[in-house]
Ligand binder design. Structure first.
Ligand code: UD1
Ligand code: CA
Length: 460
């Protein structure tokens, strides 16, 4: 295939978002709008051949796309789509091949459709191809004017269109594939003699025709792919479309989803067949869910891996953690980041874990805080156990061996080590090492005063 470059227009203000955040940085389906567009662009071009035209909040938008390998061009003042493309000239003028134009705020456009645009453009032998769509209510979109041969003679903006032209149902998507050299040859000829006083990229179509170059059209069926957003109502509708598309894909792939309309899954999340997702679950980022795992109502799982057959019971929050096969977590557990919970472990209600590694079969079934700790296989951590990992300045580690038993309400003052098969008596405060196969008691001995009564009840 001929070399293809892409320019993504993303300088617009997005005033109606009423937000301090640039429009293209709002999120739908778990990614910023522009990240979706970059992915579609990647279907036809290398990152180094994709240029984002930035303006409003240029630095923030650049900080999002540059790590993806894109270059950026600044459009300091938004003077129209033609002006925006012209800003990328210094990056792309010698690129040759094809130049595809995409919008940073049209995120549902699929990689497959962009690929098809370039493929049809290439096989048509034409000098430009406009992506179009026929819609019942063409509203304020630019209208496609065809010539006798069926090619595109011009695009007329709604504001400049005659009543007759406004009846045309075929609209301009704003997505094009051009012969790159011709764009740079003619872009300077675009004038601002229109009702908006802007440089319209659409004028290139007429300019191409005037100079004997042919412009074709590629019609697409699914108008949703062309949807942009202008305010937060439309953003929410777009997000819902991404969520529904994702959850449908999962169900088609064999995942059981109860009440799919209530479930929020980011585009990159992977879920294996026969996993079961209950209502009102949120799965985000790079989360991976294994086969036969079950995610209970109200769970929030972020950037985590849940092993096959594991059960995350309702209202648990798991962030940046790994849960082993067959483990059981929750209800109401919080795994705060960087935890690794081994196969068949049990983490019960109101247990909080942070930077904790639990080997296979270990248990902490009720009301515990385990931070910066390593817990051996099959060790049982009793209710109310607290690792005192912070001395007000630094964090310290608690290491517990295999097969140990930590009695309820133990206070483990880190740094501290507890050996294999060691026992810690309930209510102990442990400040010193507990060797293997030993019992540590760190509490005041109970004393009983027989016959004792409170003062006010005493007679003598
Ligand atoms: C444009 C097309 C119209 C088409 C419609 C499809 C023109 C003149 N008209 O109209 O035919 O039907 O898209 O949605 O091209 N942008 C910049 N810098 C600018 C102006 C725009 O980066 O100076 C970006 C915007 O952020 C946006 C995109 O270009 O992502 C389109 O701009 P917009 O103002 O929405 O174009 P429309 O008037 O809708
Ligand atoms: Ca628009």
């Amino acid at each position: 295939m001929t070399k293809t470059s892409v320019v993504i227009l993303a300088a617009g203000l997005g005033t109606r978002m009423r937000s301090k955040l640039a429009k293209v940085l709002h999120r739908a389906g778990g990614l910023t709008l522009i990240e979706h567009v970059v992915r579609a662009a990647r279907a036809v071009a290398d990152p180094a051949d994709i240029v984002a035209v930035v303006g409003h909040q240029a630095e923030k938008v650049a900080a999002t796309v540059e790590p993806l390998g894109l270059r950026t061009a600044l459009q300091a003042e938004q003077k129209g789509t033609g002006h925006a493309v012209a800003m990328a000239r210094h990056h792309l003028e010698n690129a040759g091949g094809w130049l595809v134009v995409l919008y940073g705020d049209v995120p549902l456009l699929s990689a497959a459709t962009v690929k098809r645009l370039v493929a049809e453009h290439e096989s048509s032998g034409k000098d430009a191809t406009v992506m179009t769509c026929e819609i019942a209510d063409p509203a304020a979109y630019g209208r496609i004017i065809r010539n006798a041969a069926g090619n595109v003679a011009a695009i007329v903006e709604y504001k400049a269109a005659t009543d007759e032209q406004r009846k045309i149902k075929e609209i301009n998507s704003g997505i094009y594939c051009f012969r790159s050299d011709l764009v740079w040859k003619y872009i300077g000829e675009i004038q601002t003699n229109n009702p908006a006083g802007e440089y319209y990229l659409t004028d290139l179509v007429e300019i191409f025709n005037k100079n004997g170059h042919t412009v074709g059209a590629m019609q697409i069926e699914d108008f949703n792919e062309l949807l942009g957003i202008n305010n937060k109502v439309e953003l929410a509708e777009m997000d819902a479309m991404f969520r529904m598309r994702k959850v449908r894909e999962l169900m088609v792939d064999g995942v059981t989803v109860e009440r799919p309309e209530t479930v929020t899954v980011d585009v990159d999340v992977r879920v294996a067949p026969d996993a079961w997702i209950e209502p009102f679950v949120r799965l985000s980022g790079s989360t991976v869910i294994g086969e036969d795992a079950r995610i209970g109502t109200g769970c929030v799982i972020e950037d985590s891996t849940i092993g096959a057959g594991a059960q995350i019971l309702p209202y648990s929050i798991v962030s940046e953690s790994e849960i082993g096969e067959g483990a059981r977590v929750g209800p109401f557990a919080r795994l705060r980041t960087h935890n690794s919970v081994g196969a068949n472990c049990h983490i019960g209600n109101f247990v909080e874990l942070k930077k904790t590694k639990m080997a296979a079969g270990a248990k902490a079934n009720h009301l515990a805080y385990l931070g910066d700790s390593v817990i051996g296989a099959k060790t049982n951590v009793g209710a109310g156990t607290i690792t005192c990992n912070y001395d007000g300045k630094n964090k310290h580690q608690t290491v517990i061996g295999d097969g140990a038993f930590i009695g309820s309400n133990a206070t483990l003052v880190a740094p501290v080590t507890i050996g294999n098969e060691a026992y810690v008596a309930a209510g102990s405060v442990i400040t010193d090492e507990v060797p293997d196969i030993s019992l540590a008691l760190g509490r005041a001995r109970q004393t009983v005063k027989e016959g004792w009564k409170p003062k006010h009840k005493r007679t003598s």
